[in-house]
Design a protein around this ligand. Structure first.
Ligand code: TRP
Length: 343
């Protein structure tokens, strides 16, 4: 059995974009498939669909299932393998709600009010007021992670504060409620950040995000990728084709850094600076390289879209597996807390 477990998740917001891919999904698949020198898996991986978390910013639930399936198809297309990694909805495992309630006693509201990710959300979404559950967002996330005793949490940079809160809650629980047999019930999980966890949006102003409409979707075919790429903001000092450019301030160059080969990258850098490479050709090359990487995902996406029963079953099977782990952890929690003692 693998010594380390990875737990990560995403809110079901529908089709995923390149930022989800470089920020998390790609790393999930790498860790899922990582073998040690003896050929054994380094990690056990579990991936969660955070449908309760969606409710913190929107009460609309009509689209949740369709968005869940769309997102799951993107996960599968990107290489999440349900044989290795159970995939499941938070709302289908009652223990998430139960552990969330207990954890909410282990952290102060002032600690949660200081959460920088929350402050960012309030600013970005122009929120005038916040529901009580939104303040508890990281507490629910702590329950997600610790219910499965996740040791490693691959996430984008904005989620680091949430993993830190998870560590604090785990520490507090372990100190306060030692288990009579196993001692500490929870590990203190570590975040794992990818190099491209903050992929810029096409507008070059903020990271790629659905609400800002600055994304390239994983499902976008070559024509759509190029069409969107044409709108990408480049170095504003490079106006005419032969003006010398500054790759370090160019959004498209930041995409090349991830999607083009190191040799190509060096050439693009030199030719942009000298003025021999114009932005349109540069964007063409960038779009082509992105599409090259997306091609196998698009093919797999088509396959899963034609097999919706299979996709739905993958979810149900993942939920059955997750349930077993969650129930076991909750029993340990109840024992440690002496809840439900009868003598
Ligand atoms: N908050 C995460 C996000 O918005 C999603 C999430 C919910 C999550 N539960 C989690 C991520 C547990 C990692 C682990 O991206």
């Amino acid at each position: 059995m693998a010594a380390q477990r990875i737990l990560s998740g995403m809110r079901p917001t529908g089709q995923l974009h390149l930022g989800h891919y470089t920020g998390a999904l790609e790393s999930w698949v790498q860790q899922q498939n990582l073998l040690d020198e003896k050929g054994a898996h380094v990690y056990e991986t579990c991936f969660l669909i955070a449908d309760y978390h969606n409710l913190t910013t929107s009460l609309e639930t009509g689209e949740i299932y369709a968005n869940t399936l769309d997102m799951l198809i993107d996960w599968l297309a990107a290489g999440v393998d349900p044989e290795k990694s159970p995939v499941f909805r938070q709302s289908q495992i009652k223990e998430h709600a139960e552990l969330f309630l207990l954890f909410s006693m282990l952290i102060t509201s002032s600690r949660l009010e200081r959460n920088p990710t929350l402050k960012e959300q309030v600013r970005d979404l122009n929120m005038e007021s916040m529901v009580y559950g939104h303040l508890g967002y990281p507490v629910l996330q702590a329950a997600d992670i610790l219910l499965y005793k996740g040791n490693v949490v691959p996430v984008g940079e904005d989620q680091i504060p949430h993993v830190e809160i998870t560590r604090e809650i785990a520490r507090k629980f372990n100190n306060h409620y030692p288990h009579p047999v196993i001692g500490e019930v929870f590990p203190e999980p570590e975040p794992k950040i990818t190099k491209f966890s903050r992929l810029l949006g096409l507008d070059g102003k903020a990271k790629m995000s659905k609400s800002l409409g600055n994304t390239i979707l994983l499902a976008d075919g070559p024509e759509d990728v190029f069409k969107k790429m044409r709108t990408a903001v480049t170095d504003t000092a490079k106006i005419r084709k032969n003006d010398p450019g500054h790759p370090e301030v160019c959004t498209v160059f930041s995409y090349h850094a991830r999607f083009s080969s190191p040799e190509q990258l060096a050439g693009i850098d030199a030719d942009c600076r000298s003025g021999s490479l114009g932005c349109v050709d540069c964007k063409k090359l960038c779009a082509a390289n992105i599409s090259l990487e997306l091609a196998p995902l698009i093919e797999k996406r088509h396959y899963y879209q034609s097999q919706m029963d299979l996709v739905k079953n993958i979810l149900l099977e993942g939920e059955a597996k997750a349930n077993v782990i969650a129930r076991h952890t909750m029993q340990e929690v109840r024992t440690a807390m002496k809840l439900g003692e009868t003598n």
